[in-house]
Design a protein around this ligand. Sequence first.
Ligand SMILES: Nc1ncnc2c1ncn2[C@@H]1O[C@H](COP(=O)(O)OP(=O)(O)OP(=O)(O)O)[C@@H](O)[C@H]1O
Length: 496
Amino acid sequence: MTFTQPFTEQTNLPAPVPDLVVSGQGGHWRVERITDHLAQLQGTTAGQARGRTLNTVFRQTLPDLGELARDVASAGEAVEDVRVRMATPGGETHLMATIYPGGLTEDYKGQQVFFSFRALVPGEDRAPYQFHGIVGISSAVSEVIRKVKLYAESDASAVITGETGTGKELVARALHLESDRRSGPYVVMNCAAIAEELMESELFGHEKGAFTGALRTHRGRFERAHGGSLFLDEIGDMPLHTQSKLLRVLEERRIERVGGEQEQEIDVRVLCATNVALERAVSEGRFRADLYHRIAILRIQIPPLRERIEDIPFLVDHFLEMFNRKYGRVIHRLTPEALQVLQAYLWPGNIRELRNVLERVYVETRADVIGARAFRDWIEERQSFAPGSWDLDAGVERRRNQPAVLTPWTAGRGTRSLPAGGGRVFDAELVPTGGESGMNFTRRRTQSAELDEEEIRHAYQAANGNLAAAARLLGVHRATLYRYMRRLGLRREDLT
Ligand SMILES: Nc1ncnc2c1ncn2[C@@H]1O[C@H](COP(=O)(O)OP(=O)(O)OP(=O)(O)O)[C@@H](O)[C@H]1O
């Protein structure tokens, strides 16, 4: 299928010919032109779509088309081959987009942005992204990579947010390696791992005798990162007085060692990561608002692994290759059943946890394929240590028509109460049915784990109409609550 169809009305557009032209200012985009083909994909016609706001024509895309338009308009440069997941009236479709800036609108008040889309070519739909060690197939990973490429050209500070183990440091390193600073040093400092009283000397260095125990002159991380990038991990844990000093350094581009009398110029790009919401820390007075605005000029959000379980098979292959090199053996793959077990887990520790579990199972396995049974001990530990880590729906939903693979050793344990922030213990009762070495299981939902309309309504009202809060009250992930609502045909209006 060729997606792009030339516009008849306009002949002098740069190649490739756009399927969509939007114009706007201040982040509000309207559809100027659209091909019939693309409009039909959204259940409308080109005539009806023209003049409407972008997000009423394209209700749900990942990445968001408006955000792509904004990035391209402000950078003034085209971005090629962005994989876009697009909700359509009949389901969803994946397309490759090229987006390029189109200059000012006729009234000089706004900007135009062009999109051209193409269908994925065979092979492209299954080839994972591999970018400075970042592996994945999901639109979320594609979006992260797109932002890294875009932000690598800037020298502004960036904040990378995401739960623990989602790959924030990997992304920071990729930002450094993609930037003009790649041949300079890349220095890391974890703010949570350094005692408060040592933090300033770690960052800015100290002179000999500056304080008791300062036996030698010490170069700080800023000095060591001169000409390169400094990655400040867990910036949310930085004490307030150090935040003030950091802000001054970022503004003046000069540092002074603790106990020193001379300032020196530094040329460092600061990249930060946090797994706490900095906005909340600002509103609670734990993080300086001015520093927040200074460092959060560019932001990259990495979604948790449970929201992109399609990445799991590719991450598994990536880690198996890594362990094959490390241990000098060859394990080819996981069985589909083993993959299903991994995809049903909520991964509170995200990709780090996945890598660690795989390494343990790798070391314990003598065969060249790893089956579901190999994960038995780990699952048992997880069940007792962190109940609430399994959302069997998450793994099951994308593989409708296949039996869910669960584990016999967890069967019939029922629902327990939750740790803070956790989900339910089991969303299902686990029933062995034979299969791979007796390891195939069908899923049977337990009474207590099933959410019904009344329970959802109750939680929704108790949470004052906030679905995320209602999900927390119910002890399920927000995505799980949405799934239940869809399944029960419930809309928000039905819950009031
Ligand atoms: N997309 C990915 N592809 C391959 N490996 C990944 C990916 N994301 C993370 N990893 C690996 O997972 C592990 C954890 O990643 P990383 O240390 O970057 O996470 P983090 O978000 O910085 O964690 P924390 O918040 O705990 O510091 C690393 O071994 C990293 O290489």
